[in-house]
Design a protein around this ligand. Structure first.
Ligand code: PLP
Length: 458
């Protein structure tokens, strides 16, 4: 019985002659299609051996097409972020502005003057791009852009403090996430970590006691990023650390993490230290991410004193962590929006932060009306969005979310993650929430459609 069913299975060659399969070969190429064919036939053989009849050719063909659709789909694809976490590390951090996307596309289509001095008609430097904009925006003497902020910190510590000592407060030996831990990066750079102060309180005198005029290469301040310490706490002001550094000619480095150029306070958030403040305090080197609060492409921004930046630029590690042309083009476009005073209109991260709660309520109600026909009970509820990205821990922005009351919110969330386009949501008080703050306005139509289709199936 099983043997006769097995014999009914067509050969690979036979299947290749089926019109629908020939069409798949045309679409996806012979290699991928053959892989899918073999996998389909293997699965059919297993099914027969477990007692099922041989499938029809149409069933086999449909299975091949399904496998190919999965195989040919890139593993990285866009999703709709309805979580309300603006700089969502797992969802690709900052969405990019129209101007930024255009700049990145333009420079990648053809050739560019990446390392070509157009005036001289000779070799130029990629490091000039974006540097002038960063100087103007932050007041720093010079700037260098690298792959990300982790590499900015590694490069700076390696170039300025290898085989020497770096002073850091015990309250700042942080883990950022993704395994980026300050003590580990320090070890990797070859710098020796010298902990000063205590977990909760560190004073300038703790640094000055530990400071050695020859061995100390750097005083490092690290932004706490993803946690806050409260209660009986103290950390010195940057200006006081700078004064101490100046006294002994020891540079002071500030790893800001989520470097911001704009003040967060007008939006009801706590004050996030700005890059300009660190530069104005006299910090020698400031490092920050391009894709956190700055709202641009992934990059590491290093700003500071001209002689130190020159040293970093010359270091062999700089080549290993350099940025590509699309990043530089995108970063320039993002920075230009700040220079023109258009950041809160143009840059998605800032537009999301700045969206008033009434506007969010309107969108949530619009979604609610559009989903009425599904019969699923919904309510527009007060909720909290967060900034994320290792900035402003514990700080929230009031929002209005659409809450769906379904028997199993977890199951619905899973089905939405598997939808096309996928939607990532959050669950609170046994309800599935959709926060309009992080859904791009141009995604509203797609979101409603996916919700309708998914709810109709359930
Ligand atoms: C996020 C962060 C980093 C790492 O930056 P990436 O751009 O993710 O490499 C380093 N330091 C601090 C303080 C951070 O918040």
């Amino acid at each position: 019985m099983k043997q006769s069913e097995l014999r009914k299975l067509p050969s690979v060659d036979k299947l290749l002659q089926v019109d629908a399969i020939a069409h798949l070969v045309e679409q996806h190429g012979r290699g991928l299609t053959l892989d899918a064919l073999r996998a389909t036939l293997d699965a059919a053989r297993q099914a027969i051996l477990s007692g099922q009849p041989a499938p029809e050719v149409e069933t086999l063909t449909a299975d091949v097409a399904r496998r190919l659709a999965t195989d040919a789909r890139p593993s990285l694809y866009p999703v709709i972020n309805a979580t309300g976490v603006i700089i969502h590390t797992n969802l690709g951090r900052a969405p990019l502005s129209e101007r930024t996307r255009q700049a990145m596309a333009q420079v990648s289509v053809g050739y560019s003057n990446l390392e070509y001095d157009m005036e001289a008609g000779a070799r130029g430097s990629r490091y000039v791009h974006a540097a002038e904009l960063l100087r103007r925006l932050t007041g720093a003497e010079d700037a260098l852009v690298v792959n990300n902020n982790a590499s900015a910190v590694l490069l700076t510590l390696t170039a300025l403090a290898r085989d020497r000592e770096v002073l850091i407060s015990r309250s700042q030996l942080v883990e950022i996430g993704g395994g980026f831990r300050i003590p580990d990066v320090m070890r990797q750079s070859g710098a020796r970590l010298v902990e000063v102060g205590t977990t909760n309180r560190t004073y300038v005198r703790d640094y000055s006691h530990a400071l050695h005029p020859v061995n100390t290469a750097l005083i490092l301040r690290v932004h706490h990023s993803n946690f806050s310490i409260t209660g009986f706490v103290h950390e010195p002001r940057l200006a006081d650390l700078v004064a101490l550094g100046d006294q002994y000619a020891v540079p002071v480095m500030d790893d800001l993490g989520s470097g911001t150029l704009l003040d967060t306070e007008p939006y009801g958030l706590a004050h996030e230290p700005t890059i300009q403040e660190s530069v104005a305090a006299g910090i020698s080197v400031v490092t920050a991410s391009g894709d956190k609060l700055l709202g641009g492409p992934q990059a590491g921004l290093i700003m500071g004193k001209a002689d130190l930046i020159a040293k970093l630029r010359r270091h062999p590690l700089a080549r290993a962590v350099r940025v590509d042309k699309t990043t530089l083009a995108g970063l320039q476009a993002t920075l230009l929006a700040y220079l023109e005073g258009k950041a809160t209109e143009e840059i998605p991260v800032w537009r999301m932060i700045a969206t008033p709660v009434e506007a969010l309520a309107r969108r949530a109600r619009k979604w609610q009306r559009a989903l009425k026909e599904t019969g699923v009970p919904t309510a527009v509820v007060a909720a909290e969005s967060t900034v994320g990205g290792g900035s402003l821990p514990g700080q929230t922005l009031p929002t209005r979310a659409l809450a769906l009351e379904v028997p199993s919110p977890d199951a619905l969330a899973a089905r939405l993650r598997a939808a096309d386009p996928p939607v990532v949501t959050r669950i609170e008080d046994d309800r599935l929430l959709l926060d309009p703050r992080t859904v791009l306005p141009e995604q509203d139509g797609a979101l409603v459609e996916v919700m309708r289709a998914t709810l109709a199936k359930g």
